[in-house]
Write a protein that binds this ligand. Structure first.
Ligand code: SF4
Length: 241
C-alpha cells in the first residue's frame, strides 16, 4: 500500500497535490484554501493573464511602421522575462545584436547586465522583465537622431508597464528615465536618487553600455543594484507577512 501511494504521489506536481487535497477536503465540507489563505490558482492566474495581455500587445504592434525606424530594423524587440516580475529593467533601444536576435540586451552590454542581475540573485528568464523605450533599432544606435520615435513608441512601453505592474522599475540610462518622468536630465545628475512613477519605485542607474565605456562608474551602479536587492527583499518580506 505504501509503495502504491509513493508512486501515485511521485507523479503529481505541487499544483496536483494542492488540488487533490483541496478537492478531498472540500468533499468533506472543509475548504482549507480559505482557512490557510492559500490559493494556488489566485497566484498563477494573473501570470497567465499578463502573459496573454503581453502577447496581445505584441500582436497590436504587428509589423509597426509608426515611425521611420521600421525602414532599417531587422526585428522588433518587444521584451523578455517573467510577466509577473516585481521588477522591470528598461533600456533605450535595441542595438545590432538585439535587432538581429529580437531580444533586448543580448550583446556585450546585455552580458554585463546579466552578470549584474546575477550578482543580486536575479535572472532575465525567471524574475525580471526587460524592455526598451524603442522597439526598433535606431541606425548606428543613435537614439539622438530619431527624437520623433520616442513619443510614437512610448505608449507600447507604458502598456507593458501597466500589464506587468512591477513594484520597482530600474531605468538603465537617461533616455528611459526622461521618457517616463517627462524630463530632460543627465543620468549623472539623477542616479543615486529614488523617484516615484505612478506609485512604482523608480531607480535610475547607468546603462550597461556606459559602464563598458566607463568602468569606473561600475562602483556606483553596484550601489544602485544593492539598493534594488534591499528593496526586493523588503517587498518579499511584506508579501509573506
Ligand atoms: S520604434 Fe516603435 S513606433 Fe517606431 S517602428 Fe519601431 S515599434 Fe513602431
Amino acid at each position: 500500500m505504501k509503495s502504491y501511494y509513493n508512486s501515485f504521489f511521485s507523479k503529481l506536481d505541487n499544483k496536483d497535490y494542492i488540488d487533490f487535497f483541496s478537492n478531498y477536503l472540500r468533499d468533506l465540507g472543509f475548504d482549507y484554501r480559505k482557512f490557510l489563505k492559500l490559493d494556488y490558482k489566485s497566484k498563477q492566474e494573473p501570470c497567465k493573464d499578463k502573459k496573454l495581455l503581453l502577447e496581445k500587445l505584441r500582436e497590436e504592434i504587428g509589423d509597426c511602421k509608426r515611425c521611420d525606424l521600421y525602414k532599417t530594423r531587422t526585428n522588433i524587440v518587444f521584451g523578455v522575462g517573467n510577466p509577473c516580475s516585481r521588477i522591470m529593467f528598461i533600456g533605450e533601444a535595441p542595438g545590432e545584436e538585439e535587432d538581429l536576435r529580437g531580444e533586448p540586451f543580448v550583446g556585450r552590454a546585455g552580458r554585463l547586465l546579466d552578470k549584474m542581475l546575477e550578482s543580486i540573485g536575479l535572472s532575465r528568464r525567471e524574475n525580471v522583465y526587460i524592455a526598451n523605450v524603442l522597439k526598433s533599432r535606431p541606425p548606428d544606435n543613435k537614439i539622438s537622431l530619431c527624437p520623433e520615435s520616442i513619443p510614437k513608441c512610448l505608449p507600447f512601453l507604458l502598456k507593458q508597464i501597466e500589464i506587468i505592474s512591477p513594484k520597482i522599475i530600474c531605468c538603465l540610462g537617461s533616455v528611459a528615465v526622461n521618457a517616463l518622468l517627462k524630463q530632460n536630465e543627465q543620468i549623472t545628475k539623477i542616479r543615486g536618487k529614488i523617484y516615484d512613477y505612478n506609485g512604482i519605485t523608480l531607480i535610475p542607474t547607468y546603462h550597461p553600455s556606459y559602464l563598458l565605456r566607463n568602468p569606473i562608474a561600475k562602483k556606483e551602479a553596484w550601489e544602485d543594484f544593492k539598493k534594488i536587492k534591499i528593496l526586493l527583499k523588503r517587498l518579499e518580506e511584506e508579501e509573506n507577512v
